[in-house]
Design a protein around this ligand. Sequence first.
Ligand code: NOJ
Length: 533
Amino acid sequence: MTPPADLQADFVWWKHGVIYQVYPRSFQDSNGDGVGDIEGIIARLDYLVALGVDAMWISPIFRSPMKDFGYDISDHTAIDPIFGDLAAFDWMVRQAHARGLKVILDFVPNHTSDRHLWFLESRSNRTNPRRDWYIWRDPAPDGGPPNNWRSEFGGPAWTFDSHTGQYYYHAFLASQPDLNWRHPHVGQAMLDTLRSWLDRGVDGFRVDAIHHLFEDETFADNPPNPIWREGMSPAEQLLRTRTVDQAEVHGAVASMRRVTDAYDDNPVLIGEAYLPLERLMAYYGGAGEGFHLPFNFHLMTTPWRPQEIAALIEAYESQLPAHGWPNWVLGNHDRSRLASRVGRSQSRVAAMLLLTLRGTPTLYQGDELGMVDVPIPPDRVRDPLELNMPGLGLGRDPVRTPMPWSGEPYAGFSSTEPWLPLNPDWRDMNVARQIDDPASILSLNRALLRLRRSEPCLTRGDYRAHTVTDQLFAFERALGEDRIVIALNLGDSLQSFEAPRGLILLSTDPDRKAGSEPIAALRPNEGLIVRPR
Ligand code: NOJ
């Protein structure tokens, strides 16, 4: 797991490392309740090491009523019993570190569960000292919500509390009240939770929904969204002008960063913000006092075509601040699976793109196997997004199904029926089947990760576009004298491409021999990595 010496010297781990997202409910169950847990993660650490990733980010494992599957936290410093306890957590961190794997936790600063002690106190009466830890407003003159703000999860973003006669604000579920970050004690209390996990040895945080942290102080209405159409999420009927990406957020991020910077070994701060590039860049902080890595989700929404992808990379690279390190994401627990979006064949090409671009890649659990969205029968739907707004294709259960580990009962994930259905083809499509098959997408991912680790040019080299046609996208990475060319055929027909003569380092096509044969064309759906002579 140790990177080459020259990488260690001047290059912190989160720049050369690859992050793997573990969705803990669906990674590995160890106690037969159909839900993954910490012991399960420990049992699979060797898989992650063999895969060749450097860090795991674990979606929330804190105490929670699980209305939003852990993103509704009722105690930030306790582990939910469904996942284990603090002793198991500490053991997991030690076991991960013993294998050279970093541990990144989710940090959810925008909201808590309505079962959190803070909110129970806040709603108990208007004079409670914690009243203003959350956002309370009087009803509008007609008794309705204070303004037109919408919840991301459907319906108004305001819920009336009859006991105290006011509405409270929630960007997500009514059971996820928003914290009021303008109250000084809120920031202090939340920063303390960061410290408590850093003291237990974690290596960083992925910070949830950061662009939602503040709302406009005047509580003015959000304007209508002119491009909203029937079939889109009702939340999108309005532009979120007053409810996301407010200026104060950057001060709060800098306060989180001051906390992590006070710890040794370079803990990383990663921010989740779905924003256009020009807004996203501000999350690095004007002088680098913001996130190390504001998640870059743009590859997930850019049409899978050479011109569009090349233009995105160009725009992203050129807008990065001088102190900003790039990063790329192709999937997560909230978005349709990569292989469903681009197709199974292209998902191999996409893996090559993700793992050869300049910047830290984040891989989502199961994408290394080429998993696709799993159809969920109506009686098995669990995601509140689908339950609240059925039939719009917003549900996230299809991308959160259990890891298929083997052909054993319940795919080796559990000894009982899992909380979400398995992929229907789990008997053939599983880790055990793929691990020894040199043609599998898992083997391709492992080869890509090995190559990335062994070639400083792929981690540190500059990015330059090379060739962009209707079907082909080629770019190069350059470090000193060293050059590596990556050529991707984004279509399913042969594409002529005169690769520079040199050594073929890897092809997505298992039949293509490594070596130095001259290349005049890319095969259908082929990606190729060449080191010119
Ligand atoms: C973003 C998380 O990724 C998502 O799963 C969650 O529902 C919302 N934030 C609310 O916390």
